[in-house]
Design a protein around this ligand. Structure first.
Ligand SMILES: Nc1nc2c(ncn2[C@@H]2O[C@H](COP(=O)(O)OP(=O)(O)OP(=O)(O)O)[C@@H](O)[C@H]2O)c(=O)[nH]1
Ligand SMILES: [Mg+2]
Length: 272
């Protein structure tokens, strides 16, 4: 347990009041040129009563994002963390680096979230709730397509593309998830500990699909929590057609390869 939290009675009391006991949560935020958003998103996450910690994975953003995060780590030591990588290596590998960082430490719940406020930090407690307790899910997905289409300010073409991409993935994989490309996710530690993270291949949207699909193949329980997704107001998109293409063909190859894989099913007895 983090020394700051372990010795702070107020934090312990807050954790107990939130029903969290001594369980620790880490929100991983990958960044590339997010100087307009990064300080505000860190402040919004750390202002929540649940004592979320934040890990930013920055890929040497030319706009100086890492410097802003470093300031936050000094302001909130033990609460905000920064992992710097040499260059833009893609969202998927950033998350894998973050997951490994978390598994080397004692986090119980590990989150994925974008820096650009498309994912509302105020929804983090609902994702945590869905994974908490003995009956909690192993994975909670912040879902745009559970109750209709909850996307605000995206051009219609992009909404349709994303919605039908999710349906296509559901049809091909048979995975019971409405928003398969969602990047707002809570994992219980045991999901990431059980999966072979070195064998996750994809980097863009397909990374999100592959993570959910692999967890599902291992027998983990996935819950969806409805969220409203809002298009970024500040900064620029990093989406590219290559990333989209990876998703289109990647899904078929994911499903195809799964027929030949022997997924080790998770059981409470064999894993922690
Ligand atoms: N570390 C790292 N972060 C990245 C990389 N590419 C994107 N990101 C971050 O990943 C998150 C999602 O990227 P976005 O550009 O918002 O992608 P998107 O949500 O599909 O596109 P928008 O519609 O423009 O928001 C943001 O926090 C980005 O800064 C990368 O190569 N490395
Ligand atoms: Mg975005």
């Amino acid at each position: 347990m983090n020394s700051t939290n372990a010795t702070n009675p107020q934090v312990q009391q807050n954790n107990q009041e939130n029903g969290q006991g001594r369980e620790k949560s880490l929100v991983i935020i990958p960044t590339y040129n997010e100087k307009e958003n990064v300080a505000a998103i860190i402040d919004a996450v750390t202002a929540l009563p649940q004592q979320f910690e934040v890990l930013v994975i920055d890929d040497n953003s030319p706009d100086g994002t890492a410097g802003i995060v470093r300031g936050k780590t000094e302001q909130m030591p033990g609460r905000v963390h920064l992992l710097e990588r040499a260059g833009k290596l893609g969202l998927g590998t950033a998350y894998i680096a973050g997951f490994k960082w978390a598994l080397e430490r004692d986090y119980d719940f590990i989150f994925e979230m974008d820096a650009d406020f498309s994912h509302n930090p105020d929804d983090l407690p609902r994702l945590l709730e869905a994974c908490s307790g003995t009956d909690g899910a192993d994975l909670a997905v912040g879902s745009r397509y559970l109750t209709g289409v909850n996307v605000v300010n995206w051009p219609m073409g992009r909404v349709l593309m994303s919605y039908f991409a999710s349906r296509y993935v559901r049809t091909v994989t048979r995975m019971p998830v409405h928003d398969t490309t969602a990047g707002f996710v809570c994992y219980r530690r045991r999901v990431l500990a059980h999966m072979d993270l070195d064998h996750i291949r994809f980097k863009g949207y397909a990374f999100q699909i592959e993570m959910k699909f692999t967890a599902w193949c291992h027998g983990f329980r996935i819950a969806e929590v409805p969220i409203v997704f809002i298009n970024r107001r500040l900064g620029t998109s990093k989406m590219s057609s290559g990333i989209f293409g990876e998703g289109l063909y990647g899904v078929m190859s994911l499903k195809f390869r799964s027929f030949f894989k022997n997924y080790k099913k998770f059981t409470d007895d064999t894993d922690s």
